[in-house]
Design a protein around this ligand. Structure first.
Ligand SMILES: *[C@@H]1O[C@H](CO)[C@@H](O)[C@H](O)[C@H]1NC(C)=O
Ligand SMILES: *[C@@H]1O[C@H](CO)[C@@H](O)[C@H](O)[C@H]1NC(C)=O
Ligand SMILES: *[C@@H]1O[C@H](CO)[C@@H](O)[C@H](O)[C@H]1NC(C)=O
Ligand SMILES: *[C@@H]1O[C@H](CO)[C@@H](O)[C@H](O)[C@H]1NC(C)=O
Ligand SMILES: *[C@@H]1O[C@H](CO)[C@@H](O)[C@H](O)[C@H]1NC(C)=O
Length: 436
């Protein structure tokens, strides 16, 4: 009697598991291909959205709370559904206002009692508070972890009701050719790309970016679980070093968690020598000023002026004597004749910059591949820029410094993991099977 019920249970499970796998695939990891646009220096990805599905190019902004697109020009979809004021969608998207359809230009297929949130375009230096909240179909490519290697692309999966924001065409200025909006991966936002996908497919809220240094080759954004497999089976998640994500409670000075990713830099060393500057600049304050954030919206790491000066002086003095400085090339201020700058498999030979994080032994190491940029045949420049404004973060770690590093954002465990240069592992961000 016992053994027979056991037998039936066993068969029932087998059948059940098989059915589930065939009809209802639950991906653990999704991915997007990402490539730098050489003219705008933004990181561009493409999603499929609407009915019928169309490819939509978007600029990646890790520290932004939502996905937004231009709905004013050429938006057609039979599944588009605007959110109504005070609906669940408006609350999730952290709507800041409801409005009257007549007061703004018509930017979308239908308008009825709309709610709005903030659309940000850092390239224009603009926040627009009239992003109309809506939902529509969106699809993403998955990874099938049971077949590591060249066949590891899984099926395309569908999110039937992805919440996003509609903006007028005006706010896509400076996004480059055919780029229709931005895709946000921000923390503390229920509608960021990672949060919505994690909630639909029931995986933990995490994503990892790996930006390619070459504008000809795709890097990748993994959304969901590890492993992050590169060529020859190397799993970059094994190498990660972690630092806590710092959250800020008051985005725009209102009680609304900031989507930006802040970390604690406690000091900077160049060739192991600590730099001397005013360390109070390194603390994020109650007005969301100072401190350090990571951003894909800036191409080169931005340093507050006094910090830039100290970094630049130390970097120059640690360069070999035969390497001479040359006149600056915009937007850089510190440039060198590259004739005597050597090369290795880690890129240019350059003084090693360490960002020392929350603990002395947790360091983000920046080697020549991520500290020197070639601007002409004979000139390389320190790939950091000086902050022009009197406000903002003391350090904004930009795209160039993240090239060919894997950076994981683990929202559930509130930590950021970074691999340091994959060149140490003889690989790079384009060297995986998913986005070729
Ligand atoms: C509305 O359209 C007019 C004319 O095209 C334009 O000048 C104005 O900037 C638009 N307003 C918004 C909020 O997009
Ligand atoms: C994943 O790969 C395995 C092995 O090739 C295959 O049997 C399975 O059908 C794939 N799953 C999906 C959802 O494609
Ligand atoms: C450091 O900077 C803060 C604010 O910018 C200032 O109040 C403080 O006096 C500075 N400390 C030193 C030692 O210069
Ligand atoms: C933070 O930054 C602002 C603007 O740059 C500055 O006025 C302020 O003194 C800074 N705070 C500290 C603690 O350095
Ligand atoms: C600062 O201004 C200069 C000149 O306008 C510009 O080239 C540079 O890119 C700016 N730097 C930043 C960080 O915006």
């Amino acid at each position: 009697m016992y053994s027979s019920s056991h037998y039936y249970l066993f068969h029932f499970c087998l059948l059940f598991v098989t059915c589930l796998a065939q009809t209802n695939f639950h991906p653990k990891t999704l991915f997007l291909a990402v490539k730098q646009d050489p003219s705008t220096l933004q990181y561009i990805t493409q999603i499929q959205q609407r009915t019928p599905l169309v490819p939509v190019k978007l600029a990646v902004h890790i520290g932004s709370e939502n996905l937004w697109v231009d709905c004013e020009t050429g938006f057609k979809s039979s599944t588009y559904k605007p959110a109504r004021c005070d609906s669940r969608q408006c609350v999730l998207a952290r709507s800041i206002a409801c409005g009257n359809c007549n007061t703004e230009n018509i930017t979308r297929p239908a308008c009825n009692d709309p709610c709005y949130n903030i659309v940000s375009n850092p390239a224009m230096n603009t926040f627009y508070s009239g992003g109309e909240i809506a939902e529509d179909v969106l699809t993403v490519q998955s990874i099938n972890h049971s077949t590591p290697g060249p066949d590891s692309r899984g099926p395309v999966v569908t999110v039937p009701k992805f919440i996003f924001s509609c903006s007028p065409s005006l706010y896509t200025q400076k996004l480059g050719k055919d780029v229709k909006g931005m895709i946000g991966f921000g923390q503390q936002s229920p509608v960021s790309f990672v949060t919505q996908l994690a909630s639909v497919f029931k995986f933990s809220r995490q994503f990892a970016i790996c930006l390619s240094a070459s504008p000809q080759e795709n890097g990748i954004i993994f959304i969901g679980h590890r492993p992050y497999i590169f060529a020859l089976g190397f799993d970059a998640s094994r190498d990660l070093i972690y630092t806590p994500i710092i959250t800020h409670p008051n985005f725009f000075l209102i009680n609304r968690g900031s989507p930006e990713y802040y970390i604690q830099v406690t000091s900077i060393t160049i060739n192991e020598k600590p730099l001397v500057f005013n360390k109070t600049l390194l603390s994020l304050d109650e007005n969301e000023e100072n401190g350090t954030k990571l951003s894909t919206a800036v191409p080169y790491t931005v340093l507050e002026r006094s910090i830039y000066d100290v970094v630049s002086k130390a970097f120059i003095s640690e360069m070999p004597k035969e390497v001479k400085t040359v006149p600056a090339v915009q937007p850089f201020k510190t440039c060198f004749d590259s004739t005597y700058v050597g090369m290795s498999r880690l890129g240019y030979n350059a003084p090693r910059i360490n960002l020392v994080l929350h603990k002395p032994n947790v360091r983000w190491t920046i080697t020549g591949a991520n500290s020197l940029v070639k601007v002409s045949d004979r000139v390389v420049c320190l790939a950091f820029v000086e902050r022009n404004q009197t406000f903002g973060q003391a350090i904004v770690i930009g795209g160039f410094q993240m090239h060919d590093n894997l950076v994981e954002f683990d929202l559930a465990r509130r930590r950021i993991g970074f691999s340091n240069s994959l060149y140490f592992r003889q690989t790079m961000c384009s060297n995986q099977f998913y986005t070729m």
